[in-house]
Design a protein around this ligand. Structure first.
Ligand code: AMP
Length: 280
């Protein structure tokens, strides 16, 4: 497995793969890899000849006061994990490689990034889209794999790929969970043991929501019960609980066109997100 830090070297490697007639999958990550990330690598390898994993803790997608400084960094073990999974190449650029001095071009999307996580984290998706567009340009992947855990991100990236004519197929991979249901996240290691216990309520409230939706309860009623369930946890601070159209993220009054039920909850300064899809 190659470990590459420079854009030029990655481009050279991509040219080598291409001239051998091989297809390329890209798995963008911010590192601190867990089994969720590793599942994306497996899906990448099932769908392409070569898998490039990028590990870049993208400062542009963190706002002031967010957890960039406390975000876990485990680069040595990340590289080992990628090798063990059979990835062909790990791209680990520096901040300066991605945002050299004078950098001034940003990707902005209207609509989808204005709600849910985008409403709580202004500028977040601008940072995500800019780095993902750069990675698509550099790695020229045939496919790119993202997790449903970041559902809004995945549909925003699909929109960008379509709007800007990137010829990349986006695959959205299922959420990988801990045995008690908590969605795996690099941020989970920053939870105190007490908060870790309480955090399982995200998944429990979504499981309730799924059943309630199937038994005909309305989105409003379901969101209300979810809020009560989550707020019963002594340290949970709800950022949002939203039931929305799965493609355009507009609010829905019923489940006739499917829905995404999405939650974001703070425990201390750790913000966790999770979601489930209904009939989508
Ligand atoms: P991150 O390193 O958090 O930016 O995540 C990199 C990619 O891994 C994103 O496409 C995430 O949606 C995906 N991902 C994160 N957590 C999980 C999970 N628990 N299951 C599946 N994919 C995940």
């Amino acid at each position: 497995m190659k470990t590459i830090e420079s854009i030029n070297t990655l481009r050279k490697t991509v040219r080598e793969y291409r001239s051998a007639g091989e297809s390329i999958a890209l798995v963008p990550t911010m590192g601190a890899l867990h089994a969720g990330h590793l599942s994306l690598i497996q899906i990448a390898l099932e769908n392409a000849d070569r898998c490039i994993v990028s590990i870049f803790l993208n400062p542009a997608q963190f706002g002031p006061g967010e957890d960039l400084d406390s975000y876990p960094r485990t680069i040595e073990s990340d590289i080992k994990e990628c090798r063990a999974q059979g990835a062909d190449c790990v791209f680990i650029p520096s901040n300066n490689e991605i945002y050299p001095s004078g950098f001034a071009t940003w990707i902005q999307q209207s609509g989808l990034p204005e709600v849910l996580c985008g409403a709580s984290r202004p500028g977040h998706f601008r940072g995500v889209l800019t780095v993902v567009a750069k990675l698509f340009n550099i790695a020229q992947p045939d496919i790119a794999v993202f997790g449903q855990k970041d559902y809004q991100q995945s549909i925003i990236i699909r929109r960008m790929a379509a709007d800007l004519n990137f010829s990349v197929k986006i695959i959205t991979a299922p959420v990988v969970r801990e045995s008690d249901g908590l969605a795996m996240s690099s941020r989970n290691v920053n939870l105190t043991s007490e908060h870790r216990k309480q955090a399982v309520i995200l998944h429990q409230s979504l499981s309730f929501a799924r059943q309630a939706a199937e038994s005909g309860k309305s989105p409003d009623v379901i969101a209300g019960v979810m809020r009560e369930m989550i707020e019963e946890q002594p340290d949970a601070k709800v950022d949002y609980i939203e039931i929305r159209h799965p493609f355009d993220l507009t609010p829905v009054d019923d489940f006739s066109h499917g829905a995404v039920i999405a939650v974001a909850v703070f425990f201390g300064n750790v913000r966790l997100i999770d979601n489930c899809l209904i009939n989508a």
